[in-house]
Design a protein around this ligand. Structure first.
Ligand code: B1H
Length: 841
């Protein structure tokens, strides 16, 4: 050694002073980072890569979160406010480090700190894996609500499951097939969770239930597993409040069993094991369907039983009698997945706490609140009676008792109306009989809500109509969904956020918590210089997306085109098929154009992303069609300058954060009445992307806010849908006659223009035959709407004005507004701010 070796990275002096713990001049962020490099990771500047730097930064930020978490929990223990609990089988959190830095207000300090040590904050942030413990909108909504709960200082905890494997990783084969691989997200350790090995509960399955004469039951035998708590800290934006998300892991009560994960057979692997730790091994990827699988039922019970035991233990620590539970506890059921909490609380109150039925029922029905997220029949959960009887014998007895008392009350109000009793029963007759979880959730809750105005009306007039008639309409209401503007504007679109702050002359700490302030942008739509800046940011976001596609897929995307995006789970009701058939229609139109005609065409780049449930054959075929259309048209010299198409694999929260800010237009084109709300529609519009959609879900309320002239609507309305479906079946018209444009497109696919002719037949037949989702009814108006989008885009000045006005009017869709509606009108809880600690004198 010469003694003059080159220092490996960053500023040698800063590293060395931080290592020696020299106090003066070295910022605390740097000291803490270097300290974690040395003592937590046992590394040093010589062998620290970006992943190591991410881990050190995360551990250092986590130290701050822990301090706030502790103060928050102490504050709650001292003040003992009424608390709310959000029970969700899914929390789609995405990445945490950037959000934690933003919420703690430490982003710039860390940016500078790591720079001096030789790292870029962007590269470090990029090393984090998404926490993807959810399928789609329902799970992401839960994550936004936790962010807003902490940001508005509400005493709100989440309860969920700590799946070892989150939503599968999506691979696309060269032929265009979706392949699924496990998502081992915990592989590199997870700095954001605190294992609480001392917080455990035993949960029973199977066994026998004996009924005593006094109505109580004794449930014994069977199998017991242990639930272990892992706490995830949820910081609020600009507050000390750091709430908790408690996730349960299952462990065997004694001994140990090994369960191997089989990547080749995802479906089989999910069902393969009946051992204790299988319960929390994997998230079910079957969004919007209910299959009645034993392991899923065990997940639901394991989670609700552990969560309720934990909630009750915390309540009892305050020394209050159990009949005061509803004064201190509100529990929100995120869809019907946690509905077993209702019979479980009855079991605890009756079998363990000695309550009589009526008193127990009055407690239960004042604690629970139920949110419905879909009216699609295939998504309404039903559990076979024999399965519940086998796995949860005591709960089946309680469900039958609830049903008996409930139907007796219905009978008193509507004597001799057997059909009504059959419709409303918690038990559906059939082979086997099934428990209707939505009925159980509705009957056992204080309030029931849908997630957008139209959807809440549909809940009241269709699936729960009889319940509205019986119980009165006041129990049923609406809370329109929201999104957190911290992640979905400030973090994902920092340049736009900065421009907004500069323009409004309001600190972002203010407008990010009072999103109505965005209205202040409206006058700037008329300011040409402002429009120029606005458009330049959109352009740079397109380039950022193009760079992502270049580096991950090796494909070159042109950025001087309109970016048209549809990203969501693949589902027939969401009609990605309509979009891809529209793309083919455009392709065929371009092919028929003269070079002169083509000169007037505005280039368009179409992006798709989204996962299909592993067993959803038609959805997987749609992906295959998109991929094969893309390879054809992207290489066709006649059209490639006017139309490009990309299917981006492995859609995730992090990919959404890149796609959304780059979009000029996004598509939300579900058959009217099928998309309960949608939440990405809100994210696109908040980022100045215009909306092309049907009159469905939250699209309607977005149009009300931003003005109908700023959205592109098409298609039939909800009241027409039923009749159109009837026509398809009883008065079918040949497709060539009914919708020649669509017929021509389908003909080309069937003829093999994109290869694989026969392979697409089952997909094409869904349209040729019943066409349940009404593609043939909406195709012409869809194509017309796409034409209006083209036309509007030609006038860039007007387009940018629309974009600005759209963002400016999106204040309603902050999840802060939504969570406060739940807090005020359902839970009856209030903010409980953490007081600043007294300064030492
Ligand atoms: C939504 C679901 C869903 N609705 C069952 N229903 C699942 C149902 O795994 N399962 O069994 C998973 C998910 N997800 C979505 O919720 C709606 O389709 C969206 O329109 C809505 O925006 C979102 C949040 O409310």
């Amino acid at each position: 050694a010469t003694g003059k070796e080159h220092w490996p990275r960053g500023d040698e002096k800063v590293w060395k002073e931080a290592l020696r713990g020299v106090d003066k001049d070295v910022p605390s962020v740097t000291k803490s980072f270097v300290n974690h490099v040395q003592t937590s990771l046992a590394r040093q500047a010589y062998n620290l890569d970006d992943l190591g730097a991410y881990q050190a930064a995360a551990l250092s930020v986590r130290d701050n979160l822990i301090v706030n978490w502790n103060e928050t929990q102490l504050n709650y223990t001292r003040k003992n406010p009424k608390r709310a609990y959000y029970l969700s089988l899914e929390f789609l959190m995405g990445r945490t480090l950037d959000n934690a830095l933003l919420n703690l207000g430490l982003k710039e300090e860390y940016r500078d700190g790591v720079k001096k040590l030789g790292f870029s904050i962007e590269d470090i942030l990029d090393k984090e894996r998404d926490a993807a413990l959810g399928n789609g909108g329902l799970g992401r909504l839960a994550a936004c609500y936790l962010d807003s709960g902490s940001s508005t200082e509400l005493p709100l905890w989440g309860y969920g499951l700590r799946y070892k494997y989150g939503i599968f990783q999506q691979l696309i084969s060269p032929e265009g097939n979706q392949l699924e691989a496990p998502d081992p997200w915990l592989e590199n350790q997870n700095p954001w969770e605190l294992p609480r090995l001392d917080v455990t509960y035993e949960v029973r399955f199977y066994g026998q239930s004996e009924r005593l004469a006094n109505g109580r039951g004794i449930w014994q035998g069977g199998q017991e597993v242990v639930a272990v708590a892992y706490d995830v800290m949820i910081p609020g934006y600009g507050t000390k409040t750091t709430n908790n998300l408690r996730l349960w892991e299952s462990r065997p009560k004694r001994g140990f069993d090994l369960n191997s994960f089989n990547a080749g057979n995802y479906e089989g692997a999910v069902e393969s094991s009946n051992t204790a730790d299988a319960i929390t091994s994997v998230l079910y990827p079957n969004d919007h369907t209910s299959f009645g699988k034993e392991l899923r039922l065990k997940q639901q019970y394991f989670w609700t039983a552990a969560s309720l035991a934990d909630i009750i233990r915390r309540f009892k620590q305050q020394g209050k009698p159990m009949n005061q539970l509803p004064d201190y506890v509100a529990i929100q059921l995120n869809d019907t997945h946690p509905t077993l909490a209702i019979p479980e609380l009855m079991r605890i109150l009756i079998d363990e706490e000695d309550f009589g039925w009526d008193q127990a029922w009055s407690i239960v029905t004042n604690v629970f609140f139920y949110t419905n997220h879909t009216v699609l029949p295939e998504a309404l959960e039903k559990w076979p009676v024999p399965l519940i009887e086998h796995v949860l014998p005591r709960h089946l007895q309680i469900i039958y008792d609830i049903n008996l008392f409930f139907l007796q009350a219905v009978e008193r109000k509507y004597p001799n109306d057997r059909e009504r009793l059959a419709r409303m029963s918690l038990i559906e007759e059939g082979f086997p009989k099934q428990v209707r979880m939505a009925h159980l959730a509705a009957v056992g809750s204080r309030k029931v809500n849908g997630v957008a105005e139209l959807h809440s009306d549909l809940v009241k007039t269709t699936i729960l109509k009889d319940f509205v008639d019986f119980e009165g309409v006041s129990k049923f209401s609406n809370v329109t969904n929201g999104i957190t503007p911290r992640r979905w504007l400030d973090q994902c679109n920092p340049e736009l956020s900065d421009l907004i702050t500069k323009t409004l002359k309001v600190e972002k700490t203010v407008w990010l918590k009072d999103l109505a302030k965005l209205k202040g942008l409206i006058p700037f739509a008329e300011d040409a210089a402002f429009r120029k800046e606005w458009a330049a940011i959109k352009q740079r976001n397109k380039e950022r997306l193009a760079h992502y596609v270049q580096t991950t897929l090796g494909l070159t995307v042109r950025t001087d085109a309109m970016f048209d995006v549809q990203i969501k789970r693949l589902h027939e009701y969401k009609r990605q098929t309509l979009n891809i058939l529209g793309v083919i229609h455009r392709y065929l139109t371009l092919k028929a154009m003269t070079p002169e005609e083509k000169k007037k065409v505005n280039p368009r780049v179409v992006f798709f992303a989204g996962k299909a449930a592993p067993a959803y054959y038609i959805a997987k075929l749609t992906i295959r069609l998109i991929v094969n259309v893309a390879s054809k048209i992207n290489t066709d010299p006649d059209t490639k300058d006017y139309l490009q198409l990309y299917f981006l694999p492995d859609y995730s929260v992090s990919l959404a954060e890149v796609l959304i800010p780059a979009s000029d237009i996004s598509q939300h084109i579900s058959t009217a009445g099928t998309e309960a709300s949608g939440t990405s529609n809100m994210k696109f519009c908040l980022n100045g992307g215009l909306l092309l959609g049907t009159v469905d879900g939250a699209n309607i309320e977005i149009a009300e806010e931003v003005g109908e002239s700023n959205v592109f609507f098409f298609g039939h309305l909800t009241p027409a849908v039923e009749d159109l479906r009837y026509q398809h079946i009883y008065h079918p018209v040949p497709l060539e006659e009914k919708c020649p444009g669509l017929a021509r497109v389908i003909e080309q696919v069937a003829a093999g223009l994109f290869g694989d002719a026969e392979i697409y037949e089952p997909l094409l037949n869904t349209i040729r035959q019943t066409d349940y989702y009404l593609l043939s009814d909406d195709f012409d108006s869809y194509i017309a709407a796409l034409g209006m989008v083209d036309e509007a885009y030609q006038d860039q000045d007007e387009w940018v004005k629309k974009s600005i006005k759209t963002t400016a009017n999106m204040g309603k869709f902050s999840s802060d507004r939504a969570i406060l509606e739940y807090a005020e009108s359902f839970w009856n809880i209030e903010p409980s701010p953490v007081e600043a600690p007294k300064k030492a004198t």
